[in-house]
Ligand binder design. Sequence first.
Ligand code: HEM
Length: 375
Amino acid sequence: MTDSNIISHTSAGCFDVFREQSGPPAELFPGSLAVLRHADVVRILEDHKSYSNVVSQHLSVPNGMDPPEHGPFRKLIEPYFSQARMDAFTPQCRTIARELINACLDEKETEVMQDLAAPYVLKVQCAWLGWPESMHDELWQWMEATRQAVKTKDRSALAEQAEHFTLMVQAQLDLRREAAANAPDDITTDLMKEQVNGRPLSDTEIISILRNWTAGEVGTLSASVGILMNFCAEHPDIQMQLREFRGHLEEAIDEILRMHAPLLSNRRVTRCPVNHGGETLPPDSKLTLVWEAANRDPAAFPCPEKFQWGRDPEKNLLWGKGIHVCPGAPLAKLQLKIFLRELLSQVREIRPGKRKCPASFPGTGFEELYLQLLH
Ligand code: HEM
């Protein structure tokens, strides 16, 4: 397949989007076709009859589900990201950001990924779910071990880490069950009371929901923090504009993360024969939707590599589109906006530091990022 609508992983044309990734291109998405153009990605996202989300045999609630199974689970989780929940969580989130940033101000240079990004997203995630502070370190180690296993494609280590996550979360569920009426009033307890299709959620489903909310997302969010801070350091003019137009931080975050994706891709599989660029793909063809490629497609975004205010938010695929569009976007936006606002308030200038090392595929953002935070 050489047509540029969909390009196989062995075609060279698609790899300019991975300019900051290390690792040999030929190993990207083995056995899957990379979908790169904005119009093709949108077409697939809007046609869940032809393109399925059931890409693995493991339960994934709700991302690995198709309609009609997907709908009731999706309806169940959406209220957890309501405006009221976000407003209630804002003060706690702000305190976490403020304290972490404050602790870095006396350093000559800060290694942002270890000292700010990862602790911030882990602390916020635990606070949001009602998990104890004692879980921070365990989650951190789990996150690192998972990242390493993904990087080295070590399937047995990945399975081990998946099981480790199950045990960590199962312990939280058991604690709440034992406490019965004295269980903490938090999101994890609320999830345990949910019903789907007229029956209670099973522990396997609850753990899968929490895996979907935690496993993928702490990595994506921590990559986002690094990408945003690096962008500010490298673009002092825009850093200045952000200080001036703090009411527009959300737009700026979406535009920066459009250019440098914190989440590389998601998968689909064809349910029936589909035509792309004059070629027919048979059922069960594996596809990888490459968010950064679609979001840098010049047909959708003129001068795609340039930060521009006022772009059409409908076109930005940072949060996906269609029935699987990110339900956690309000929480992610809240976390990123609060972090950036606190940073810009406490730090007079963010400058590049001595070294930065891009994350290796399939991670995105930075493995290591030194910045000067002048106050
Ligand atoms: C910067 C952070 C984030 C980004 C860039 C992001 C991006 C995305 C994208 C692109 C999708 C669509 C996937 C697809 O079509 O296959 C998605 C789905 C999803 N996201 Fe996020 N996400 C972020 C944070 C979060 C957070 C914080 C949560 C929850 C705590 C979350 C929960 C989910 C879930 C459950 C789905 C699957 C929805 C469904 O299948 O109906 N995300 N996300």
